[in-house]
Design a protein around this ligand. Structure first.
Ligand SMILES: Nc1ncnc2c1ncn2[C@@H]1O[C@H](COP(=O)(O)OP(=O)(O)OP(=O)(O)O)[C@@H](O)[C@H]1O
Length: 836
């Protein structure tokens, strides 16, 4: 590859990678959009227009799920979110989860309606009934609703064809242009429609939302345009316009709404040549190659989702005004976040042309892809089915030969490939990827009918998606060096900037994401009696990906490691040996002073036992909505069982499982605790008395918890922690090992004697104190340089010496007091087992 093209690709790569973190605007916009659309669909429901509302919810869910994915991709570092961003992020997810609930409800209503009116004909004209039928038959094979229930939208009969300009027609007819602009998603239409009748072809593409609705929309006139001329929106600074309920004064909700609902005739304005004469080049300019590329990728992604469009989805401008109608709380939208509805932020960022209304500018990433019809006429939408895409991709990736970390390390290896996965007809078995070939075989699962027990077939794919055990260097690496590495979140940062791999890498990323979502949906679909929304939240917030810790990363603590191996790792790796009386324990507690490596140990257990790791804290389980926390707890255990072997790690368990006698405890935490205890009990198989147990008992889920306050744990919970492992302050040898590990990659002049002296000087330090000390000492040589630091070459900086440690020791002190230690020792003697 010549240097010019390498340079081009490199700069493109860095552009894509180094986008500044500015999620606030996007999150604000997304939040506002979901909120507004939610209100609108709820209104539709109120008006008993269930079908339209259902379509709307479907489209909204698909759109939002996609937007969230894109946001995560664009701003991968969620830890750096500001408070406002983090709360918006949570808000978006909450609204999304609610919308899933609404969707479910509407589905039920519609189903009930259709069953009570069997003779009623569908009001849509489905052009490709064959494919629709096919997708219907797929609806029982366990794919998620996103995959298996493609939304069929009829080809419009109401869009006046004369409204299309020649320019538009040319753009759409030319397959090359379509492909370049990313319109290839519409290739799914039957050939007959794409032939000589250019108008019918155009009917399939509804660009209306992409086009500013402004000029001819009554709604826009009634609200937006009035203010647009002054370049100021009502919510921008005029508080007087908002009443105490958060509603806007001076707007007659019903009138606005009536404008929209009763003016369906006038909506033909929306279909006028102006509104449909949309040329992306005109709007965005033709030179934006990067975004073209982005668009192409986005389309690729969207093609593989079953994209729905809302029959009655309000156009952007309307949604802004619709947010004004009715109190947000009424629809479960938090008023505290109404600022998110405000348009000005959008105005600043998205505006490219001062003459255009930014509000009505399409969101390029989606609006022309998730083509939302603007008309109230149910027929003015399009059909788009691509039900087979995700399953196919799933199978494709699943057929990669597996190489588990255990193979590398010489532990018994499992089946390195699963031919059955290559053939969708063949049963998918979980056994295939077990690290040890088990004498008792698991029941195969056919793709035709999903077993309740293991709907996702091969655990290796779930493991590679969800388990910390699957390292980015091991998963799939044998078959595809630059290829799919499901976990190892930092693969992007690790990747060498090899220009030829850039596009491939990005596509892999998308493929992985899509696969992951598809699998999550499959799993959720197969969980009975579990709240879908809660299960989604578990996947989104609690399942930990990547960031592996291995035994050798932890200095010392040999006793604790041995105990964990016996209690968890071996039983998880050799379930056939650990049955009946030898069944593995379901609860283990790590307790001790802060910073002694409890969390590290838990993570390494998950890595070494190839388990799915669920990291739970009080904050992740607590919801301010009544009953939601219990649903989360139930979903947590259900998903953990499904993805077993699993480790549910609860850090600071005392904050969830505090003593129930505590009078200050509130009702909500009491309910979480009770639900947790109930679910936890359900893990015990009661197989201890049976001769060999059964393979049912192999569903291994361990609750592993850590605490600095073991004495405040509720007694019922304490009983369930069959092992209570004390993790004390590091012994001298452990300190020595840890110090040498920390210095192993640094230039230093410490001799063996120096190490001995240092170990003595750090008596009473915890593991994290030692890490802090070493970090501070490593700064010594740089501190000495003062301002010269900026000019000194790296190799001229002197090595770290004992004196640096000594000077750091002047202000870095042990964090645990002697009295504190005595308390731990006492509790360990009474309830725990020691194991340094
Ligand atoms: N045995 C150890 N080996 C290597 N590093 C250690 C060890 N113990 C502690 N550390 C260091 O201390 C840091 C904190 O460890 P960790 O979070 O596991 O402690 P913890 O016991 O869970 O603390 P807390 O109780 O406060 O949550 C680690 O990131 C690591 O740098």
């Amino acid at each position: 590859m010549d240097t010019t093209s390498s340079y081009y690709l490199l700069s493109k790569f860095s552009k894509l990678r180094k986008k500044p973190q500015q999620p606030l605007t996007d999150l604000t916009e997304l939040y506002g959009r979901i909120a507004n659309q939610s209100i609108y669909y709820l209104k539709l429901e109120e008006q008993k227009d269930y079908h339209a509302a259902l379509q709307g919810w479907k489209a909204l869910n698909t759109d939002v799920m996609y937007q969230i994915t894109m946001l995560e991709r664009e701003y991968p570092n969620a830890q750096t979110y500001s408070r406002e961003e983090a709360s918006l992020n949570t808000g978006v997810r909450e609204l999304y989860h609610r919308s899933l609930g609404h969707l479910e409800r509407l589905k039920n209503i519609c189903e009930e309606q259709s069953s009570s009116k069997p003779a009623s004909k569908p009001h849509v004209n489905i052009p490709n009934s064959k494919s629709t039928k096919k997708s219907d038959s797929n609806s029982h094979n366990g794919y998620s609703s996103f995959i298996r229930k493609p939304i069929s939208y009829p080809i419009s009969h109401s869009i006046p064809s004369q409204g299309f300009s020649t320019k538009m027609a040319t753009t759409l007819r030319d397959p090359k242009t379509r492909a370049r602009k990313g319109y290839h998603i519409f290739n799914n239409y039957p050939k007959s429609n794409s032939g000589n009748n250019s108008n019918s072809n155009m009917h399939k593409v509804n660009f209306a939302p992409s086009k500013p609705l402004g000029k001819k929309s009554n709604v826009s006139r009634s609200y937006h345009d009035d203010y647009e001329s002054e370049e100021k929106l009502p919510m921008e600074d005029d508080e007087n316009l908002v009443d105490s309920m958060g509603n806007f004064k001076g707007f007659d909700d019903d009138k606005i709404f009536m404008n929209l609902t009763s003016d369906s005739d006038k909506n033909s304005d929306l279909h006028s040549s102006n509104s449909l004469d949309f040329d992306p080049d005109e709007l965005y300019g033709d030179d934006d190659e990067d975004e073209d590329e982005e668009l192409r990728k986005i389309n690729k992604h969207v093609t593989n989702l079953s994209v729905g469009s809302a029959t009655n989805l309000p156009a952007t401008k309307y949604t802004e005004s619709s947010s004004l109608s009715g109190s947000p709380e009424r629809y479960g939208v938090e008023t505290g976040k109404t600022s998110a509805f405000s348009a000005p932020v959008k105005t600043q960022r998205k505006s490219r042309s001062p003459t255009r209304s930014v509000d009505s500018k399409p969101n390029k990433s989606t609006s022309n892809l998730l083509h939302k019809p603007h008309s109230n006429s149910p027929s003015s939408s399009l059909t788009y089915n691509r039900p087979q895409q995700v399953p196919t991709a799933t199978r494709k990736v699943l057929s990669y030969p597996q190489s588990r970390p255990s193979e590398k390390k010489g532990t018994p290896s499992g089946n390195s490939g699963n031919s059955s996965l290559k053939n969708p007809k063949k049963p998918l078995t979980k056994k295939a990827a077990k690290p040890v070939s088990n004498t008792t075989s698991r029941k195969p699962i056919t793709t035709g009918k999903v077993s309740n027990k293991r709907p996702y077939g091969n655990p290796s794919h779930s493991a590679s998606l969800y388990s910390t055990a699957q390292s980015s260097t091991s998963s799939f690496s044998s078959s595809s060096p630059g290829g799919p590495q499901i976990t190892g979140g930092s693969s992007a940062s690790k990747a060498k900037i090899d220009s030829s791999d850039v596009n491939e890498g990005d596509e892999d990323e998308e493929e992985k994401k899509r696969l992951k979502e598809a699998l999550e949906d499959e799993i959720i679909e197969s969980l009975h009696g579990v709240d879908r929304t809660a299960a989604k939240q578990i996947f989104a917030e609690i399942v930990v990906h990547g960031d592996e810790v291995h035994w050798e990363d932890i200095a010392g603590l040999e006793g604790a490691k041995a105990s964990l191996k016996e209690a968890v790792v071996y039983p998880f790796l050799r379930p056939d040996l650990f049955r009946g009386l030898r069944e593995p324990i379901r609860g283990m507690l790590l307790f001790g002073p802060p910073g002694t490596g409890k969390t590290m140990l838990a993570r390494s257990v998950a890595t070494e036992s190839h388990s799915t790791f669920f990291s739970v804290s009080a904050s992740t389980l607590t919801s301010k909505y009544l009953g939601e926390s219990e649903k989360l707890v139930r979903a947590l255990f259900a998903v953990a069982k499904k993805l077993s072997p699993s480790i549910i790690f609860v850090d600071e368990i005392d904050s969830i499982m505090g003593s129930r006698s505590n009078e200050g405890e509130n009702e909500s935490s009491r309910r979480i605790k009770n639900e947790f205890l109930v679910q936890w009990s359900s893990l015990s198989s009661a197989a201890a008395g049976k001769p060999n147990g059964s393979e049912e008992d192999d569903e291994r889920v361990l609750v592993l918890a850590a605490t600095n306050l073991p004495w405040s744990i509720d007694e019922a919970a304490r009983r369930r922690f069959v092992r209570r492992q004390y993790i004390p302050l590091p012994e001298p040898e452990t300190r020595s090992v840890q110090l040498s590990k920390l210095l192993s990659h640094q230039k230093h002049t410490l001799s063996d004697e120096d190490f001995i002296e240092l170990v003595e000087l750090t008596a009473g330090f915890s593991g994290s104190d030692i890490t802090s000390l070493a970090k501070d000492a490593a700064m010594g040589p740089l501190r000495e340089l003062g301002e010269q630091l900026l000019l000194t070459p790296r190799e001229s900086i002197r090595s770290i010496a004992l004196r640096d440690f000594k000077s750091s020791l002047r202000y870095i002190k042990p964090s645990v007091s002697q009295e504190g230690l005595d308390k731990y020792e006492d509790w360990a003697a009474q309830f725990g087992s020691s194991g340094a």
